[in-house]
Write a protein that binds this ligand. Structure first.
Ligand SMILES: Nc1ncnc2c1ncn2[C@@H]1O[C@H](COP(=O)(O)OP(=O)(O)OP(=O)(O)O)[C@@H](O)[C@H]1O
Ligand SMILES: [Mg+2]
Length: 307
């Protein structure tokens, strides 16, 4: 039987200025999953995340953590926030301590943990996010990407059972973005449920094992990545594009360059493997379609040559 760690049931929420942000949003997050939440600007992703952590309280509807309805008294909220950590979309709304190490220590100290345990968690979190060299820097002087990693480290140090990240890779360079995704995989393997909002359909497709799509304050679609990203109508109505792997796979299949019935590739390595195997001679079929020569004729000194 499925075990849901977080649920939003038919949530309605209106901000104080009268903006209707959620109009009956329902989302059930299965324990131990890697979940991506997609949707265009203003769809309601951040607003539903803030409900999961008890920062916002629904006008109508219910939020459940581990099968129990969330209550909003001090100790219930402390319990929820100890278990459900959220990394905000904008790091400047999260950071408030003078130095990096103080910022990351704040959460574990607040939990009343012994000093030694706090130090262990802080060191682990800094190592995992590769910010140990920034430990004594004032947080307000860091770059945007460094601030994002400090925010993530601060939440990791709480060792939550659910990690919610609002656009974690936005503003990170490619190496650190990949490193954050590896980190998510690692903590997910250790049992943490990871939920992230992203605009990157390629990332969501390759990384997530379950996907929700939001539009205008409701959840308009959900399913396995292969289901969601093949639903052209859903993608169109939600202003989403198809991941490049899905697009290329479909084009190659339509042209008869790949056999019918192959499952959608989740990684580029899987797609290359399909192409390789599709040629009886052992040489990728596509090689015969292009003249030999430099790999990228437009490069002055192409070093991505064929073996
Ligand atoms: N503090 C606020 N006060 C008033 N309206 C708000 C506030 N925060 C968000 N909204 C509005 O609520 C709606 C949902 O916003 P939300 O930030 O949840 O969307 P989102 O899906 O996270 O968008 P994005 O992809 O841009 O981050 C939008 O119409 C937005 O303008
Ligand atoms: Mg948002």
């Amino acid at each position: 039987m499925k075990e849901f760690i977080l649920e939003a049931r038919d949530i309605h929420f209106v901000y104080s200025d009268g903006t209707i942000a959620l109009r009956g949003a329902t989302m059930a997050i299965e324990k131990g999953r890697k979940v991506a939440v997609l949707g265009s600007n203003g769809a309601g992703k951040t607003t539903i995340f803030l409900h999961f952590n008890g920062i916002l309280r629904p006008g109508r509807g219910r939020v459940l953590f581990a099968g129990r309805e969330v209550r909003y008294d001090h100790s219930s909220l402390m319990h929820l926030r100890k278990n459900v950590g959220i990394v905000f979309q904008d790091p400047d709304t999260q950071l408030f301590s003078a130095s990096v190490v103080q910022e990351i220590s704040f959460g574990p100290l607040n939990l009343g943990l012994p000093e030694k345990e706090v130090a262990r968690r802080v060191e682990n979190a800094m190592e995992a996010t590769e910010i140990a060299d920034l430990r004594d820097r004032p947080t307000h002087l860091l770059s945007y990407g460094q601030k994002k990693r400090v925010c993530l480290a601060g939440v990791l140090a709480m060792e939550p059972s659910v990690l919610i990240c609002d656009e974690p890779t936005a503003g990170l360079d490619p190496v650190h973005a990949a490193q954050v995704m590896e980190l998510f995989d690692r903590i997910n393997r250790q049992g943490t449920t990871v939920i992230m909002a992203t605009h990157d359909v390629d990332l969501a497709y390759s990384w997530a094992d379950y996907v929700f799509v939001m539009n205008r304050g409701t959840v308009v679609g959900e399913g396995l990545p292969g289901e969601v990203f093949c639903d052209g109508q859903l993608l169109q109505q939600s202003d989403l594009t198809r991941p490049w792997l899905v697009e290329i796979h479909e084009q190659l299949s339509r042209r008869g360059w790949l056999p019918d019935g192959l499952p959608l590739p989740r990684t580029k390595e899987q797609l290359f493997d399909y192409i390789q195997r599709a040629s009886g001679s052992g040489k990728p079929a596509l090689v015969h379609l292009f003249p030999r020569g430099k790999m990228h004729p437009e490069c002055a000194s192409c070093n991505v040559g064929r073996k």
